[in-house]
Design a protein around this ligand. Structure first.
Ligand SMILES: *Cc1c(COP(=O)(O)O)cnc(C)c1O
Length: 442
């Protein structure tokens, strides 16, 4: 059985997180409940930052907050000296509500609207990561109209695509994000932004994938971007101050996953940049990274109440929990795998194989096909691990299920940070049919 961070088993045989009994948590807040181990989040953040410090490299570690966006997690990110990636007006608004320092907010997205860009200017975010030619025109227009300076990074696709266990290099990358590095688009983007009044090109950005377990792809990307930076220096006498190599660092969802330590990813990227800058006498840029999953993923645990059970003789036993694809769509969306335990009976053998199903009206709403838990009993508490990234942030009200509550635990304390939705919340935006007479126009 894999446990994460501060998780332990107490004398009652209950799973504890951050020194808090998970059974107490569900008795206090109900189920489904997502509990975040904040000490683990801090540990991960510090590991990234510390590695840069040890290498003597100027850096920003930006939390890619689409993984889990809330005011409270932005507050913790700020406490840890992280920067913040936002990808929409909504995430930016959340950051503003959290009082996050604007100069450390980086605004991403492949289709930022004019209103979103105006909002980013009004809030004076630290930089905008420019993704495409229409955005270049918008940013030029807005900055000129407002007579306001803006730092930008140019997002490029370096022709490397990384997946969980391997990576491929492609000549012309088929991606909806960014400017291609090889076909001249990246150069064209630079040309259109360089020496424009009010716009300052800080540097380059790439993000090559997610849940990546090896460093080759990162090394390749760093090299590809460095080569382009050197070309731009030689051609335009331009020096990139920032090299942003994105996120995508893998985490351990199941025993089969073998992620590297955060330090390892950073060291490998840094070694490429250090050696190429030395070789080409290029001023060492700041290195920025953008971990999302690897900061919050294994810090999150979802606690469900076990309800109905169904045995399909000689095939499987279904146990259903009081959530499902509405609070964690990843298994249904891309076959993501998780592990689970019976949190209220950790002292019993977790060896009964079951399929954990959700309560949504979809046959595909299964959280774990082959889970090993204690012999199931009604009202057990089932904990699924590693649900901190892309679960709550992708949650929906499918079947009009209220979205779960979220609680932070740390040092024996717990605090509700997102309250559970109510039925009133669910109908809050509904407008009942108006009495319209036949022939009336709307
Ligand atoms: C999603 C995303 C990240 C974070 O990816 P993880 O796999 O969660 O680390 C970083 N940068 C960009 C631009 C992203 O879109």
């Amino acid at each position: 059985m894999l446990l994460y961070g501060t998780q332990e088993v107490n004398e009652k045989g209950h799973l504890t997180i951050g020194g808090v009994d998970s059974v107490d948590l569900v008795n206090t807040y109900g189920t489904p409940l997502i509990a975040y181990d904040i000490a683990l989040f801090r540990e991960r953040a510090r590991a990234f930052k510390e590695t840069f410090r040890a290498e003597g490299i100027q850096a920003q570690v930006a939390y890619a907050s689409k993984a889990f966006s809330s005011i409270a997690i932005y507050e913790v990110a700020q406490q840890e000296g992280l920067s913040l990636d936002v990808v929409s007006g909504g995430e930016l608004y959340t950051a503003v509500q959290a009082g996050f320092p604007r100069e450390r907010i980086h605004f991403h997205g492949n289709n930022k609207s004019e209103a979103e860009l105006e909002y980013a200017f009004a809030e004076k975010v630290g930089c905008i990561v420019v993704d495409n030619f229409s955005e270049i025109e918008l940013i030029k227009r807005i900055s000129a109209m407002r007579k306001q300076e803006m730092d930008v990074l140019i997002r490029v696709t370096p022709g490397v695509e990384a997946h969980t266990h391997n990576y491929i290099t492609t000549g012309q990358e088929d991606s909806k994000f960014g400017f291609d590095l090889k076909n001249g688009q990246a150069d064209e983007a630079f040309y259109r932004l360089h020496n424009v009044e009010y716009i300052r090109v800080l540097g380059m950005h790439c993000h090559i994938g997610s849940q990546i377990f090896e460093t080759t792809a990162f090394r390749f990307a760093a090299e590809a971007l460095m080569n382009k930076m050197i070309m731009w220096r030689d051609e335009y006498n331009f020096i990139c101050r920032v090299l942003n190599l994105g996120g995508g660092f893998g985490i351990r969802y199941t025993e089969e996953d073998a992620p590297l330590a955060p330090a390892k990813y950073v060291e490998e990227m840094a070694s490429v940049v250090l050696s190429m800058t030395r070789q080409h006498q290029y001023p060492m840029p700041e290195i920025w990274i953008e971990p999302g999953r690897s900061l919050v993923g294994d810090a999150g645990t979802t606690l469900y109440r076990l309800g109905s059970m169904k045995e399909v003789p000689e095939i499987r036993t279904y146990v259903a929990v009081d959530g499902g694809m509405s609070d964690n769509i990843r298994p249904a969306l891309y076959g993501a795998e998780y592990t689970a335990v019976t949190a209220n009976r950790m002292d019993e053998p977790q060896t009964t194989e079951v399929t954990i199903a959700g309560k949504c009206c979809e046959s595909g709403d299964k959280l774990i096909e082959q889970a090993l838990i204690a012999r199931p009993q009604e009202d057990d508490i089932i904990a699924t691990f590693c649900t901190g990234a892309y679960s709550y942030s992708m949650a929906s009200n499918y079947n009009r299920l209220p979205r779960p509550a979220v609680v932070f635990v740390e040092d024996g304390m717990h605090q509700l940070v997102i309250r559970r939705e109510t039925y009133e919340d669910i109908t809050r935006l509904d407008i009942p049919l108006q009495a319209v007479k036949r022939g009336d126009t709307i």
